[in-house]
Design a protein around this ligand. Structure first.
Ligand SMILES: C[S@@+](CC[C@H](N)C(=O)[O-])C[C@H]1O[C@@H](n2cnc3c(N)ncnc32)[C@H](O)[C@@H]1O
Ligand SMILES: [Zn+2]
Length: 313
């Protein structure tokens, strides 16, 4: 029996990360499946193999700032372990609800495309795809992350996701091809996201509010105020308009030391705090920890003419 062709072979919006972007984008500039269906290939014959886990590495060496960019394997597995405990379900539910609403109010019949920028190990990407594909069986879901260990986990999690190693600073995806871009606790690249979105598309950002995990932080630090929403919104302003803000505020009742340490291990605080501060958590068996997250929904501003030349930056 012939093997089932991998989902990634059906991805229609991918560009070659090695070729200069076409002045007048058209279907001929896209990556296509190779004859043996084991790789993606461009018109200049640049070839990108499909790894056995089902992802493709589209990060050229010259875009790598280190040998292993992004989160390392330990961070990725820590995040996977904590997210698997289900405490962040309210975040998923809010994201799914907003994305479902956006897709159901589209004025077009074209197959919807969503892209998770900085998808990590694919927890949100997977949940979102599974929820949206019921209404939209022709949905394409892309997951992009610069960390190879993260992309491996995302690809293993759900064979119906199209997962790629790539930087979000130069996403090799055609201009105006996405209905939704998702960014969950990941770095922002407003000019790229504006380029990738259809004019009617939306950007959904999940970001931490000032009280997020404050009980955990106050056990670790003397001063916990590191949040500057104005600065965040200012960086978005030339490319996006904030159209909706949904606060997600709940308390996680953590009932075991295992869960508390799993939460710590997946946050950047794990790497910032001293062994002495971490040790304090060893004897805590219960902790109420606040989730204070915002879902920010943005609509893209029309690109200004000169941006067309800078779209890869
Ligand atoms: C805090 S994690 C969030 C992951 C995932 N969205 C989640 O919430 O589970 C941030 C992610 O951004 C990725 N990242 C950092 N810089 C990046 C870049 N320039 N391009 C793509 N991904 C990047 C990291 O590798 C990491 O997986
Ligand atoms: Zn090429």
């Amino acid at each position: 029996m012939a093997p089932t062709p991998h989902t990634i072979l059906g991805a229609k919006h991918l560009l070659c990360p090695l070729c200069p972007p076409c002045e007048t984008p058209n279907a001929a500039d896209r990556l296509r499946p190779s004859t043996d269906q084991r790789s993606l290939v461009c018109a200049q014959n640049h070839t990108f193999d499909i790894a056995k886990q089902g992802y493709v590495n589209l990060l050229p060496v010259q875009q790598k700032k280190s040998l292993t960019p992004g989160d390392n394997k330990e961070m990725v597995l820590a995040r996977k372990k904590f997210l698997g405990l289900g405490y962040y379900k309210p975040l998923v539910n809010t994201l799914v609800e907003s994305c479902t609403h956006h897709l159901s109010t589209r004025q077009t019949e074209t197959a919807p495309v969503i892209l998770d920028a900085g998808c990590g190990e694919g927890y949100y990407t997977d949940k979102l795809h599974n929820a949206l594909v019921i209404q939209h069986p022709d949905l394409t879901t892309y997951g992009f992350d610069i960390a190879k260990p993260a992309v491996i986990e995302a690809a293993k999690r759900n064979k119906l996701l199209s997962c790629f190693v790539s930087t979000i600073k130069a996403v090799p995806v055609a201009t105006q091809s996405c209905d939704l871009i998702i960014s969950v606790f990941s770095p922002m690249q407003p000019s790229q996201f504006q380029r990738l979105l259809k004019p009617s598309g939306n950007l959904m950002v999940l970001c931490a509010g000032k009280n997020h995990l404050h009980q955990l932080k106050s056990l670790l630090y003397d001063n916990t105020s590191d949040y500057d929403e104005d600065k965040f919104l200012a960086q978005m302003d030339s490319h996006f308009t904030l159209s909706k803000r949904i606060p997600i505020q709940q308390t996680m009742e953590m009932k075991s030391n295992h869960d508390i340490l799993s939460l710590l291990a997946m946050t950047p605080h794990f790497w910032r705090t001293s062994p002495e501060a971490k040790k304090q958590l060893d004897c805590i068996q219960q902790l109420a920890v606040d989730i204070d997250v915002q879902l920010l929904q943005f609509t893209p501003k029309p690109p200004i003419a000169q941006d067309a030349n800078n779209s890869g930056t």
